[in-house]
Design a protein around this ligand. Structure first.
Ligand code: GUN
Length: 295
């Protein structure tokens, strides 16, 4: 049996249209919400993501700024940029694209972002709010997008065994916080596992919903998936492929072909979770704008 494909494109388009309609309403009443993205250096993947974020922002009718800083920028200069954006009344939300160069202390930079403008949801104040279920939390866009995907695809999380493979601060941990909250898209029984977990395949096979974010190409194989389970692939990996014009192709953390023969539903890569992430970033910017009183 072949799995149902959870296509992120129409879901993300719907969210972007909803956000766009709200943005138009705010524009008519005063000003548009504004998002800034700070990028340091020339990391090619980051360049692609940042361009996509700026374009999506403009398409939603928001004010958009991209701040490009050289690889050699000092931590003090980056912190000064963060402070300027914290104070900028046209900017409701901003993020510093990761990874940062090694000479910069990323934790110090993330902690300097005003939690009210922290549309990545990485500041400890937002991490804490998400953990206690405070609805004013700004939620990390990728796990927030996964949760929306589950809700909008009619996949029941209530009472489900959700297994998260990967314990990062960007995906794994906030994903767990979202799925254990009470209410829609929550009420799951959550297990987080990682590279040190004993019997990883056995834990994965307990999953009704398996969410994979470990950054290893095609790591999850068909024998790790319970027949009929929902498999959400958060991975985006470049693997060498001389048969492709660019010399590489993009694969997820899940061996898509074999796993789709076993799973009940599965997200493709690309075109799955990645599309949701940018939509949720726009949603977060709108939330930050509204929580600041739209001023
Ligand atoms: N790099 C990879 N994912 C992300 C993300 O969600 N936010 C930021 N700022 N950088 C990233």
């Amino acid at each position: 049996m072949s799995a149902r494909i959870l296509d992120g494109v129409p879901l993300a388009d719907a969210i972007r249209a909803e956000v766009g309609a709200e943005v138009q309403r705010h524009r008519a009443g005063g000003r548009a919400p504004g998002l800034a993205v700070v990028i340091v250096g020339e990391n090619p993947a980051s360049q692609v993501y940042v361009r996509a974020k700026g374009k999506a922002c403009e398409e939603a009718g928001m004010h958009s700024e991209t701040v490009r800083l050289p690889e050699a920028v000092t931590e003090a200069e980056l912190l000064a940029t963060v402070e300027r954006l914290n104070r900028d009344p046209r900017i409701d939300g901003f993020l510093v694209q990761l990874p940062l160069p090694k000479h910069i202390n990323g934790e110090r930079v993330l902690n300097a972002v005003d939690p009210a403008k922290d549309v990545d949801g990485f500041h400890p104040v937002n991490v804490g709010k998400l953990s206690i279920g405070d609805p004013t939390a700004l939620k990390p866009a990728t796990p927030f997008g996964v949760q929306q995907m589950l809700i909008r695809s009619g996949i029941e999380t209530r009472g489900a065994n959700a297994v998260i493979l990967g314990r990062s601060n960007i995906v794994g941990k906030p994903m767990a916080s979202l799925l254990i909250q009470q209410g829609e898209g929550g009420d799951a029984t959550v297990t987080i596992c990682h590279s040190k977990s004993r019997d990883l395949p056995g834990i994965c096979r307990t999953a009704d919903i398996l969410i994979v974010a470990i950054g290893r190409p095609e790591f999850v194989t068909a024998d790790m998936v319970r027949p009929g389970a929902t498999v959400i692939d958060v991975g985006i990996n470049r693997v060498d492929d001389p048969s492709q014009p660019k010399g590489y192709r993009i694969v997820g953390d899940v061996a898509y072909g074999p796993v789709s023969e076993v799973a009940g539903a599965i997200t493709p890569v690309p075109g799955g979770v990645g599309r949701m992430t940018i939509a949720m970033l726009l949603q977060n910017t709108l939330q930050a704008f509204e929580q600041a009183g739209g001023r």
